[in-house]
Design a protein around this ligand. Structure first.
Ligand SMILES: [Mn+2]
Length: 489
């Protein structure tokens, strides 16, 4: 049984819903509130609920839930006291007032509700929705404008087009990802392309640098994402440019001085670019979260491939929710989790390792030199695939007792060094910078230096000794550690 005390406008609403759930008994001291009812399909008692007798008459001991909803707060408090005394097992919900947050202190109340605040929150939620609606209207307008401009130029050049089979002229938009695109940029580009597609506007996706990391390659291959390297793109063929997961000219493969950007959707706060449409939300952990919000608002339930890409993107950009993660990132990931394909995700996260990488990992373990029992240095010799170095540096970090790793090898007349640490007192970014002019973060960094005079050394073993010596000495010097493991004076 649900006992509801107070049959005002709020109580009335609650009674209407509660009737569906269970038998309802209502108490109100004012008989007239019941008289106006056409049909009364619940039990009620006219009386003062702040008096014990009234509550007993309503069989308070049988109530599973008791709601105290009058708008007289002192009376609510008195009733709550009585209720918790007469039916301590019942779930007690009371109406509160923000002005007096301590009103019910000392009383065993299960839940205090603030009806006005609830309504206000809902309004705010609607305002947010209306803002997003407006944003997406603006986005659509810009996309459609580009399409119109594109159609005009295309018809002007139609004769030219007939003679040029390689022309991309029928695709108006180019979505540009940052150099060496990561999962967030790839997924965001995929989502934006889908959205444009829904509006009847085609887009190509391009990137600069390379798609590094086996996980990213696996993502592109397994999800069948069509990407074109910027070197194979003729920018003049496109009428509009959209940029995702970036807003800084430094990380883009196009000259932003000569090419106008129409759309920027990003979550970084260090941007220097502007566009007709800009949605930059630095509080959010991944650009894919912003685009997931777009898809939801547009009623475009993402298909499995896109859902998997967006989910993986949010996971990696927030480092599996350990880095900067907002409520919206969690909500988007929760929404996508039901739509993505866990098997594909598993394959993306654990891509097959090529033989060379495995060999380099093995060499890194065999060749390791341990300094001060926590620093591992390892020279892996000549390598074809530089991506293996950071993997080897990560891998060595898993060894017991090792907190800082440096793995280096030679490729294309350069010595490449990858450094990792889980020791917060060590800043490998700074060490790589000071030692070799490299860079990175506190916990992961890299550097490349010319082989220089070592290039003339043809004997493999001598080269090994020289390179190993030189790199090791420099690193330890910058770290302030002598080879014996002691700090030099
Ligand atoms: Mn991102």
């Amino acid at each position: 049984m649900i006992l509801i005390i107070g049959y005002g406008s709020f109580g009335r609403k609650v009674v209407n819903y509660a009737k569906i759930l269970d038998k309802v008994v209502v108490i109100d001291k004012n008989a007239s509130v019941f008289e106006s009812l056409e049909k009364v399909d619940f039990n009620y008692i006219v009386g003062d609920a702040s008096e014990k007798e009234t509550l007993i008459k309503a069989n308070i001991q049988d109530a599973d839930t008791i709601l105290v909803l009058t708008n007289e707060y002192e009376i609510n408090k008195k009733i709550a006291e009585l209720v918790s005394e007469l039916n301590p097992k019942g779930y007690l919900i009371v109406r509160g007032i923000v002005k007096y947050p301590d009103l019910y202190s000392g009383i065993d109340v299960n839940k205090i509700i603030y009806p006005i605040e609830c309504a206000a929150k809902e309004v705010i939620h609607e305002i947010e929705k209306s803002k997003l609606r407006r944003k997406l209207m603006d986005l659509k307008e810009i996309v459609m404008d580009v399409k119109v401009r594109h159609n005009n130029t295309t018809s002007e050049n139609s004769k030219l087009l007939e003679n040029n089979e390689n022309s991309n002229r029928n695709v108006p938009f180019l979505i540009v990802m940052h150099n060496n695109p990561d999962p967030d940029s790839i997924a965001s580009a995929m989502a934006l392309k889908r959205i444009m597609g829904k509006w009847g506007v085609d887009a190509d996706i391009t990137y600069g640098g390379k798609i590094g990391f086996d996980e990213n390659k696996a993502m592109v291959n397994l999800l069948g994402v069509k990407l074109t390297h910027i070197d194979n793109v003729n920018l003049e063929n496109y009428e509009g440019i959209a940029v995702v997961d970036a807003s800084s000219s430094k990380v883009l493969p196009i000259d932003t001085k000569t090419h106008k950007i129409d759309i920027i959707i990003d979550h970084h706060d260090n941007g220097d670019l502007t566009a007709d449409y800009m949605d930059i939300q630095p509080d959010i952990g991944a650009a894919s979260t912003i685009l997931t919000g777009y898809l939801i608002h547009l009623n475009m339930t993402p298909k499995q491939d896109l859902a998997t890409a967006l989910y993986y993107a949010i996971c990696t950009d927030t480092n599996y929710f350990k880095r900067k993660t907002s409520k919206k990132d969690f909500e988007a990931a929760g929404y996508l989790q039901d739509l993505m394909d866990p098997k594909t995700l598993e394959m993306i996260e654990n891509p097959e390792m090529d033989t060379e990488t495995m060999e380099i990992l093995a060499t890194a373990i065999i060749n390791r030199k341990i300094i001060r029992s926590s620093i591992a240095l390892s020279y892996v010799g000549m390598i074809k695939n530089r991506d293996a170095l950071p993997k080897a540096a990560d891998f060595l970090l898993k060894m017991e007792g090792i907190t800082t790793t440096y793995v280096f090898g030679i490729s294309e007349n350069k010595i490449h060094i990858s450094a990792r640490t889980k020791d917060l007192r060590v800043d490998v970014g700074d060490i790589m910078k000071r030692a070799f002019g490299g860079g990175g973060h506190q916990n992961s960094a890299a550097a490349s230096i010319d082989l220089g005079i070592f290039e003339s050394v043809s004997d493999k073993d001598s080269l090994r000794t020289l390179v190993e010596e030189a790199i090791q000495t420099k690193i330890l010097e910058v770290m302030g550690i002598g080879e014996s493991g002691e700090k030099p004076n």
